[in-house]
Design a binder for this molecule. Structure first.
Ligand code: ADE
Ligand code: ZN
Length: 338
């Protein structure tokens, strides 16, 4: 149920977003505009038809449409426009820091250069920092349905740009593509000084979360829903203070949960886990970070203290230096005092 005081608090709280695929923020309106600008054919006649197609039974259903959507992204300007549109939405939700994913292989596979995506995204992130006051980190993901060799080739392409890329992640079709497949490429990324995170336990079993921790040595777990099936794993994640980047509306749209009231966010907090709220692919899942906060707070009747905790976790789970985290926490405390 909606609670006006809690709703106002959610809107006013400074937030960080730690799990956002920039290609998943491609709204149908921009999809059409870029298709027209670039002369790319898309299999939809109207924006309503696009939205109607966003009806998924599982992760793969979504991914098929997500990769198709990327086909309109061709130039640096396209990537700039995409990223800028996301940052304006984030600003409206009081987001102060973003750690966004991009999928280089989704572009290089289509003949779009690694640098075209990187330059456009980064230019918007820099403009967002200067004009909107939103700091950022950029994380490149390896597509796990592709080979280890392909991931290594992608890491190679990143080498001249390591000062512009802060971390690596692992996304795409989870089941059948365990973290073990990418153990060596993650080891190399860590050697290069990159942060490491991975999607684990979204559809995949708790064993994949164990592997992400043991073999990839991830600093965060993206999603992590199915970790809750394994009590020893829960204890370990809590003891190590690892952050889980939970995506409530994504979980609902991809049928990871049957109803928003089944979101694991409150259970995770009750178990002492550092859960955060994120939007994943907001253009496809029906809402940005603010909408995700409101959806779980209302469905799970979160206390104001829990809502504040989620905002705090978003900064303490970020890759920001401690001094910056402390500054954000102080601002949260001020907002929480009212
Ligand atoms: N790529 C974009 N969104 C994703 C998700 N939720 N899971 C795995 N890969 C993704
Ligand atoms: Zn994701």
């Amino acid at each position: 149920m909606t609670n006006p005081s809690r709703s106002a608090l959610i809107d006013r709280l400074p937030k960080a977003e730690l799990h956002l695929h920039i290609e998943g923020s491609l709204e149908p309106e921009l999809l059409f505009a870029l298709a027209t600008r670039n002369g790319v054919a898309i299999p939809f006649d109207t924006i309503e038809a696009v939205r109607a197609a966003y009806d998924f039974s599982n992760l793969q259903d979504f991914l098929d449409i997500y990769y198709q959507g990327m086909s309109v992204l061709l130039t640096e300007q396209d990537f700039f426009d995409l990223t800028w549109a996301y940052l304006e939405r984030a600003k409206a939700d009081n987001v102060r820091h973003v750690e966004i994913f991009f999928d280089p292989q989704g572009h290089t596979e289509r003949g779009v250069a690694f640098e075209t995506a990187l330059n456009g995204i980064e230019a918007a992130l820099k403009a967002g920092e200067a004009e909107l006051g939103i700091s950022y980190r950029l994380i490149m993901c390896f597509l796990r349905h592709l080979s280890e060799e392909d991931a290594f080739a992608t890491l190679e392409q990143a080498l001249p740009h390591l000062e512009r890329i802060h971390g690596v992640g692992l996304d795409s079709s989870e089941v059948g593509h365990p973290p073990a497949k990418f153990q060596r490429v993650f080891a190399r990324a860590r050697e290069l000084g990159l942060h490491v995170t991975a999607h684990a336990g979204e559809e995949g079993p708790p064993e994949y979360v164990h592997e992400a921790l043991d073999l990839l040595e991830v600093e965060r777990i993206d999603h992590g829903n199915r970790a809750l099936e394994d009590a020893a794993l829960v204890e370990r994640i809590a003891a190590e203070g690892l952050t889980l980047t939970v995506c409530p509306l994504s979980n609902l749209k991809l049928c990871v949960i049957g109803d928003i009231t089944d979101s694991p966010v409150k259970r995770m907090l009750d178990l002492g886990l550092k859960a955060t709220i994120n939007s994943d692919d907001p253009a496809y899942f029906g809402g940005y970070i603010g909408a995700n906060f409101h959806a779980v707070a209302d469905a799970l009747d979160l206390s104001e203290a829990e809502v504040v905790r989620l905002a705090e976790n978003s900064f303490t789970g970020s890759f920001l230096p401690m001094a910056d985290q402390i500054q954000h926490l102080a601002e949260i405390a001020e907002v929480a005092r009212g």
